[in-house]
Design a protein around this ligand. Structure first.
Ligand SMILES: Nc1nc2c(ncn2[C@@H]2O[C@H](COP(=O)(O)OP(=O)(O)OP(=O)(O)O)[C@@H](O)[C@H]2O)c(=O)[nH]1
Ligand SMILES: [K+]
Ligand SMILES: [Mg+2]
Length: 405
């Protein structure tokens, strides 16, 4: 029986199983089995003939892709907010390849990718689903474009299709560390109370993966899915905006209700409604930071900022210096900062200072001691030493003289 049939069988069994304390272990095991088969299913995609995927050159400071069912308005949106025209039409599957456009926003270039519509079962290979979803895995932000008339079920279905290939939308990577040992069995350690899993359940899951000796350290109250994700490892945690298009076809009350949900953006391409807010949310979710550099005695160069991304713990002077020039780090002495991150203007800071958007920095390098200067320095230090030695000797002679008297 092929992998797809096995997946189908397990999904049916999970749907049939009552969710309660007694079946929890069994369901956990089924989830692990499912995750294993899904990973197997994905393997061929990467080994498939090269031409299959949508090889689109990365461009600009960030990559955003549009995922959605056919005819929700992805191509109309690309043509509306970038200079690129992408054919739009009422029939489904108008777009058959990946069409890149560029959003110029806040001195940055954000690549926006239009993709073919996907349908249920996309992750299992229906239509060009797997190639479309692979682009989502390689993006910094996913725009899930939805037709405002269609119910929430579309959003849930698309989330499930992305989940099946290991994409976790708007979730943080769970803080779990798995160490495989030679002996000692499976040990579950946690720095907080675990209310959703226990050691026996975790042991079952690990034995499903034929791992019998491991230490699992959890720093938050994790679920069994998080444990499976940490074993599988190939998960991608991506920010996602739910873009509800065609709001010209629903009532104001419905628009208001949709707009209030987190990560939702309501737009109408036909009436060009709310594009500014969409661009603002894209910018916010990409976590891009513009840093302007200035030289001593000159005004900052406002035309061409450094564009950095907000890492997990912010963006530091170090990442800015590395972007200017890799070798600059070793000559770095200190920097002065003007802007939101400076306590006073200008503030003298080191490599670990966390920068804010639109800060201005000036970099100071260590004073280059040329070899001649080094010689003279050395000379100075040696003569100093000589003086010190001579002084010590004079003092000693003096003492000896005093003694004789
Ligand atoms: N009422 C309304 N119709 C829209 C809006 N935006 C797009 N459409 C229509 O929706 C249909 C589909 O638009 P497309 O841009 O081709 O949608 P798509 O998601 O790119 O479709 P595929 O490429 O087939 O996946 C077209 O007839 C558009 O004119 C909108 O804001 N309001
Ligand atoms: K269409
Ligand atoms: Mg299209």
């Amino acid at each position: 029986m092929g992998v797809l049939e096995k997946i189908k069988e397990i999904e049916e069994e999970m749907a049939r199983t009552q969710k309660n304390k007694a079946t929890e272990y069994h369901l956990g095991l089924l989830k692990a089995k499912l995750a294993k088969y899904r990973t197997q299913l994905l393997e061929p995609a990467s080994k498939g003939p090269k031409g299959e995927g949508f090889e689109v050159q990365k461009f600009g400071n960030a990559r955003v892709c549009m995922i959605g069912f056919p005819s929700v308005g992805k191509s109309t949106l690309l043509s509306s907010i970038t200079e690129t025209e992408s054919l739009a039409a009422a029939y489904e599957f108008t777009t058959l390849t990946c069409i890149p456009g560029v959003i110029n926003y806040n001195d940055t270039k954000i690549q926006l990718l239009d993709l073919p519509g996907i349908i249920e079962g996309a992750a299992d290979g229906r239509g060009r689903g797997r190639q479309v979803i692979a682009v989502a895995k390689a993006s910094d932000l996913v725009l899930m474009v939805l037709d405002a008339q269609k119910s929430e079920e579309h959003k849930a279905k698309l989330t499930y299709e992305l989940e099946k290939v290991g994409i976790r939308l708007n979730q943080e990577r769970p803080d779990i560390t798995v160490t495989i040992n030679k002996t000692g069995g499976v040990k579950l350690i946690s720095t907080c109370q675990l209310t959703r899993i226990d050691e026996k359940q975790v042991k079952n899951i690990f034995s499903e993966y034929k791992i019998h000796n491991a230490t699992i350290l959890c720093r938050q109250d994790v679920t069994i899915d998080d444990i499976i994700d940490s074993i599988e490892g190939n998960r991608k945690y991506v920010r996602c905006l739910y873009v509800y298009n065609k709001i010209d076809t629903i009532s104001i009350e419905e628009v208001d209700m949709i707009a209030r949900q987190p990560n939702n953006v309501v737009i109408s391409c036909h009436q060009k409604l709310n594009f500014d807010y969409l661009l603002e949310k894209i910018w916010e979710n990409l976590g891009l930071v513009r840093i302007y550099t200035k030289r001593k005695g000159q005004p900052p160069d406002l035309g061409d900022p450094l564009i950095l991304t907000h890492g997990r713990n912010g963006c530091t002077i170090k990442s800015a210096v590395e972007q200017i020039h890799r070798d600059l780090i070793k000559d770095f002495a200190h920097a002065t900062v003007w802007g939101k991150s400076a306590k006073f203007m200008p503030q003298k800071v080191g490599l670990n200072h966390i920068l804010c958007d639109e800060d201005v920095i000036q970099i100071y390098k260590k004073a280059k001691t040329s070899t001649k200067a080094k010689e003279s320095n050395k000379l100075v230090s040696i003569t100093e030493k000589k003086d010190v030695k001579k002084e010590a000797k004079d003092m000693k002679d003096q003492k000896a003289k005093d003694k004789k008297k």
